[in-house]
Design a protein around this ligand. Structure first.
Ligand SMILES: [Cu+2]
Length: 154
């Protein structure tokens, strides 16, 4: 074997081990993410996005991390009578080969107890945490949402 062939063999075997140890975060594609602009003095805000799972197993989004707020929670909505109330959920399942949209009135990432006001168009970072402890950093942007909050535009 020539030295160049040995290098090639090592490179291929390393690629193999990378895909073998694939994490949930590696399978997830994050699109159209943004953080909701809130009036000054607001205690909490939320982030929305599309999550696509390119993997062959379900991925479970179980939490988040950020310097923006004291804590980050995964939230959904639950109907109580005629009202939908937001509630903390254990996880958001992103089905294998499927996608899920986090949007106003539905699932979202919740920033609890903001440390300071966010400005419109400000860049802000947060991290998604999955059930296997894998993480995905997102550099997002603060955007105004028009109307009653149950719809948004790009
Ligand atoms: Cu919430």
């Amino acid at each position: 074997m020539k030295p160049s062939q040995i290098v090639l063999v090592i490179a291929i075997s390393m690629l193999g081990s990378v895909s073998y140890g694939k994490s949930q975060a590696d399978d997830i594609v994050v699109e159209d993410h943004y953080i909701r602009m809130m009036p000054p003095g607001s205690e909490n805000t939320a982030a929305f996005m599309k999550l696509k799972n390119k993997g062959s197993k379900d991925a479970e989004l179980v939490g988040g991390e950020s310097d923006l707020s004291a804590s980050v929670e995964v939230h959904g909505h639950r109907q109580e009578g005629n009202v939908f109330k937001m509630v903390q959920v254990d996880k958001i399942v992103v089905p294998a080969q499927g996608e899920i949209e986090l949007k106003p009135g539905g699932f979202h990432i919740m920033f609890m107890k903001l440390k300071k006001d966010l400005k419109e168009n400000q860049q802000a970072k947060f991290t998604l945490v999955f059930a296997d402890k894998s993480k995905r950093d997102i550099l997002s942007q603060v955007k105004k949402i028009s109307g009653n909050g149950n719809s948004h535009h790009h």
